[in-house]
Design a protein around this ligand. Structure first.
Ligand code: 1GP
Length: 228
């Protein structure tokens, strides 16, 4: 099975954005630990299916980060289920999850499911607006969410989400220090090997998203920077 505690690097692909087959091959064979398919804009079942079938040709684990109930597609290795711990709207904490359980609860295999406790920290990102996240919180609050994810809810993943901007490395360091078993994901603004290495010093797993579409060459180099 898949042991996410051994992961260090993940590429997050947006089914709504274009990537060539050659680029996809390079990402899949880069040595990254997983290809995570997810996004918050116009996610359709067709796009998810199309991208999944291409990634499936390679050995790398292919994971769906579920962001829309009607775009849940069977056939992935794992399903990551985000819950936004600092959302002000219960729909994004448990509401949509309950709806998904109503529809798919009986079909689900628990070993394929990984819950991610998100803490969204860039108030200007789309995910913050969509989920009405209270993103302007201080370090003590962030650490408290981390402890809540691990100690109260036994979540396998705590995700510091700075989508679109590079976060504060000190925050990542301090957050890592309060976690024992829960895997710390960091995502946001990693654009080159240097920023990747900086965040990987404390985060267990770094997630590279936008850079794939903005500077593919630099994005590809983040794998070695994190794994060296
Ligand atoms: C987004 O955390 C990921 O959900 C990655 O962020 O797109 O800024 O790399 P970037």
């Amino acid at each position: 099975m898949y042991d996410i505690t051994e992961w260090k690097h993940v590429f997050k692909l947006d089914p709504n954005k274009e990537i060539t087959d050659e680029q996809l091959e390079q990402l899949c064979e880069s040595g990254t630990d997983a290809i995570l398919i997810g996004g918050s804009d116009n996610i359709t079942e067709d796009d998810v299916l199309r991208l999944m079938s291409k990634v499936r040709r390679f050995l790398v684990p292919c994971v769906l980060e579920v962001s829309a109930i009607d775009a849940i597609v069977p056939g992935f290795d794992l399903y990551f289920i985000p819950t936004v711990l600092n959302s002000k709207n219960p729909d994004w904490i448990v509401g949509l999850h309950k709806e998904a359980m109503k529809e798919y609860g009986e079909l689900m295999s628990p070993e394929e499911i990984i819950v991610e406790g998100y803490c969204i920290l860039n108030p200007d990102c789309k995910a913050a607006a969509l989920t009405d996240a209270d993103a302007e919180i201080g370090l003590e609050d962030i650490k408290a969410y981390g402890r809540l994810a691990e100690k109260l809810f036994s979540m396998p993943v705590f995700y510091l989400e700075y989508s679109g901007m590079l976060g504060d490395v000190e925050t990542v360091k301090e957050t890592k220090a309060v976690l024992t078993d829960t895997v710390l994901f960091y995502g946001g603004g990693i654009s080159d090997p240097e920023t990747a290495a900086k965040m990987a010093e404390y985060a267990d797993v770094v997630v590279v998203g936008n850079a794939i579409y903005e500077d593919f060459g630099q994005a590809l180099k983040t794998v070695d920077a994190v794994k060296k």
